[in-house]
Design a protein around this ligand. Sequence first.
Ligand code: BDP
Length: 714
Amino acid sequence: MLISIATAALPAVAEDGYDLWLRYKPVSAEWRREYRPLAQALLLPRAPSPTIRAAERELRRGLAGLLGAEPQQAGSVRRDGTLLLGTPASSPTIARLDLPLAQLRPGGYLIRSVVVDGHRATAIAANDDIGVLYGSYRFLRLLQTRQPIAQLDLASSPQIQLRLLNHWDNLDRTVERGYAGQSLWDWWRLPDFRDPRYTDYARANASIGINGTVLNNVNAKSDSLTPRYIAKAAALADVFRPYGIRVYLSARFNAPMEIGGLGTADPLDSDVRHWWRDKADEIYAAIPDFGGFLVKANSEGQPGPQDYGRSHADGANMLAAALEPHGGVVMWRAFVYAHDNPEDRAKQAYSEFKSLDGEFADNVVLQVKNGPIDFQPREPFHPLFGAMPHTPLMMEFQITKEYLGFATHLAYLGPLFEEVLDADTCRSASGRCDGSATVASVVDGSLHGYRTTGIAGVANIGTDRDWSGSIFNQANWYVFGRLAWDPRDSARAIAEDWLSMTFVPDGSFVGPAADMMMASREAVVDYMTPLGLAHLMGTGHHYGPAPWVDTLARPEWNPVYYHRADARGIGFDRTAEGSDAVAQYAPPIAAKFAGRSSVPEKYLLWFHHLPWNYPMSTGRDLWGELVYRYDRGADEVAAMRRQWSALHRYVDRERFAKTADFLAIQQREARWWRDACIAYFRSVSGRELPRGVRPPEHALAYYRAQKFPWAPGH
Ligand code: BDP
């Protein structure tokens, strides 16, 4: 019954999504009666830092919105319902409580219902101010999701140290693979003009524990390292600092030549080493808590150490030496493949880096994409996870949906992230697949005892009012942050929190909407690349289906390279008879993936080339199953549309309509994907459509003729 009252308080006015999950709309009268007595006053440390001030502002704003009244400022605990903020060092009241704070990691917090001088109070305590800020957001989330707060005793610590967004933002404000408007960073008017939106960006990130941001594209320009641009980055760092967010930059490897006037960028050259050391000193003078560099080197045409016959370790260690005196890190990307390397593209990163294990300096972290190719709707986990015990590996996910329908398709990435993090690498000490060596345990450092741990998400954020190009894309930013905090958290539970905060905490809305979200990524897999297919997207922009493309200069630029369909069969043989990519996994996994009947069907064509009449577990043959999956994906989007229509009374008009319009686009495009792929694979296989299956709307030539020169993000 409490629940139905919440629905009655729906906002009458339209909303554009700007407030994200920090909307703080009024709770029902019933909840207000429960919450208000427990949140009446605020006792801050005597000398509040900017971070504590940020916590205070958020609590005031949140409680005013949720409960209709801001808490009073208190000098001591003189009444029931005081919120106590601080650390034992900053707050004598917190110190007196003698809370079990030793168990917390940096940034962790404890929220506990306590009695102080005979009055009921709630302590939001930590060992550091940023923990207090995180705890304040958590406290607000309890109210936003209508949890009881009278008997609180909860502790939480981030399981991963570096929880970063990677912005692929260019200095002209275009965003590589960005589908949400321009870059937030108004480089031209920085540092003088500090858009208030930067603060809202920091609030949103801090609310989910993100603690760093790489400001510029991995395909970097050296200009970012010039004094003028360092000053601009410093202005952003100043805005973000109270929220615990450090700034990082992508560094172009040949910057010493492009902006330093040197004749080489050889990492072993002493002038080059000096140049980087001076550059680091210069950056730290402007940004004392600068996080470090992200580097894409010798990949897709970027300069790198191999241009000088040096290894990736030589390159990374040279930059690491420059940052080391200041405590900075180098995040060296393992997304390395070369156009002139004939080896299976899925194998190249492992081949390149595995032998370098242990050769990197202490402040280098290798940043590895979740799968061995490139952010496809589904890939098996990257074989480097678990294979480099002596080199910290950090995860790179893509939040922006370059290969999953851009901003318009509703695809909740929680299940994708979760599937990767939960995957067992079988690199346990015993060599057994006992679930103790998951990708999450690699990334959080527990498996190999990494000294530095990290996770990065390629941001989906831009100047659109809704930040992420669609309302539901906000959930992908959100779930990334939550899983970065705790990679063992549940994608479903996070979706439910997000729905409650973003729309309304009503079970009859949240349940069906979460069902829709949870099924959405699998739908994309089905209508784009079922059964382990990959990279069938249009050339360059990656919009729409183009499985027929076979004319590009290098083999691995062509979709036909990935699916290998011909009259006899389809799929990429990565067993020992083929490229033997399976051998890069631990033996039990390699054996599983190599067996036609043991490989999970979702990875079937990733690892095997099979005849069209190959019998599937469903009783269909492979061709029939492929067609069935394409149909299932398109049907699922139709079901999502119906589901969303049925939820209209819970959602304000503007956000409802925008989502409904986008679902209509998605349905049309899912159909297009299905039709084009079926038409194409039918033409190669020469097979008839199974009985009862609807023929594609157009002939194959129609789909092949589609061109999208102005598709976004490219
Ligand atoms: C691919 C993108 C490309 C990026 C590259 C990378 O298509 O725009 O530059 O990854 O991660 O997914 O470096």
